[in-house]
Design a protein around this ligand. Structure first.
Ligand SMILES: [Zn+2]
Length: 397
């Protein structure tokens, strides 16, 4: 499969400034060890739970860093330590820039000609009043027990006049603590009975799901932090056969969708027509997920199945479902151009006003990556209690 179908638009893309972050975890303003304190606020909206992604244990969370000071700053380092003191990561230079994304639309700001415009290439620059989000993706040893993370930030002070007469132009903030929520994520059954599936826009630190910050109900959320767009790969090594103008020609269309754990249905929408492939409807907050089901599977734990086929849903609101039971069929409704299943776990009963949380599948087979997948020649490796990483091709049985 040279070029698998990739959904680039399902539920994605908005980046809106949050005016308030009510209820978020606000890191205590720890000891400011430098002679020059940093006038910044650091907020971690959703502390992490360690998750294993294709054999590596990682901590995935964000730090919202806002400049409250009288002059511009440039972030030069983020250092991460375990609560035991062990150094876990030290980001600077290009590795730091890759983590950072200023809040707001960079391209529009750059075009506006404003002297305070923030260019995407200068993501570490924090003008007065600006916020940058650090998308953290910290690898940790498989057996390391951690109760919290400590962060240290280093900044260059850009305003030379203000720094005149001081020892240096560097400021620091140390002791920003972020707790670890749980030691292990929930273990789920596969959402499909069988078949070969591509984990499109899957777990990584750069996928459109991972970076989709959406401000809604007065707060910025990333409900899609660990979301996967499951696309079926057929015998021809592609995601459809014959003309791609018919939904029925996509291998995924009409495939059974299974409950991944015991639970109770908390939201059902089943009356949105499936799109003609390649043609998006007018997308609104009401139809963005298309036909969908949300299931409460544990306290503060909800799984959403989105873009389902119109009329295919076999469960009703408040119904109890068992792990492995068929609940719907894959479709092409909502913000999607080709049949796929958008799959995500969150901490609240909402497609968007919730925080994405990690999970693992009890078992699947890893068959390689979509970018160079060959139908007749690929690895076939059993996997247990892990998440497939972005672009993985996965076999369920
Ligand atoms: Zn999606």
């Amino acid at each position: 499969m040279a070029s698998p179908f990739r959904s680039k638009n399902a539920l994605c893309g908005l980046l809106i400034l949050a005016l308030l972050l009510s209820g978020a975890y606000i890191a205590p303003a720890g000891a400011q060890s430098s002679a020059r304190p940093s006038p910044v606020e650091v907020v971690a909206p959703k502390p992490p739970t360690p998750v294993i992604i294709e054999g590596k244990r990682v901590l995935i969370y964000e730090l919202h860093i806002t400049n409250f000071g009288p002059s511009a700053l440039t972030l030069t380092a983020i250092q991460v330590f375990a609560s035991s003191g062990e150094s876990l990561a030290d980001y600077g230079g290009p590795a730091l820039s890759e983590l950072l994304h200023p809040v707001g639309d960079d391209s529009q700001m750059a075009m506006s000609g404003s002297p305070h415009a923030t260019l995407a290439s200068d993501s570490a620059k924090l003008e007065i009043g600006r916020r940058v989000i650090a998308f953290m993706y910290v690898p940790v040893a498989l057996d390391l027990q951690i109760s919290a993370l400590r962060h240290r930030f280093l900044f260059d002070v850009a305003d030379a006049a203000r720094s005149k007469g001081t020892a240096n132009d560097e400021s620091a903030l140390d002791g920003v603590m972020v707790p670890i929520l749980h030691q292990n994520p929930l273990v789920l059954s596969p959402p499909f009975k069988d078949g070969v599936w591509l984990a499109g826009n899957g777990p990584s630190n750069t996928s459109v799901h991972r970076r989709s910050v959406i401000a809604i109900n007065g707060r910025a959320f990333i409900s899609q932090r660990f979301a996967i767009d499951w696309v079926m790969v057929g015998k021809n090594g592609n995601t459809f056969h014959d003309s791609r103008e018919r939904n029925e020609n996509f291998w995924a269309f009409g495939q059974p969708v299974l409950a991944v754990a015991d639970g109770e249905i908390t939201e059902v929408v089943d009356d949105i027509p499936d799109n003609v492939p390649g043609k998006l409807p007018v997308v609104t907050i009401q139809n963005i997920t298309g036909n969908h089901i949300i299931v409460r599977i544990a306290p503060d734990t909800y799984v959403m199945f989105a873009h389902l086929k119109q009329g295919s849903i076999q469960v009703r609101l408040h119904q109890k479902v068992k792990r492995g039971a068929q609940i719907a069929q894959v479709g092409n409704s909502g913000n999607t151009t080709g049949a796929h299943l958008h799959f995500q776990l969150t901490d609240a009963n909402s497609p968007l006003a919730a925080e994405g949380i990690p999970f693992v599948f009890n078992k699947f087979r890893f068959l390689g990556f979509g970018k160079d997948f060959e139908e007749d020649r690929h690895p076939d490796l059993p996997r247990s209690r892990t998440l497939p990483m972005d672009d993985s091709v996965v076999g369920f049985q």
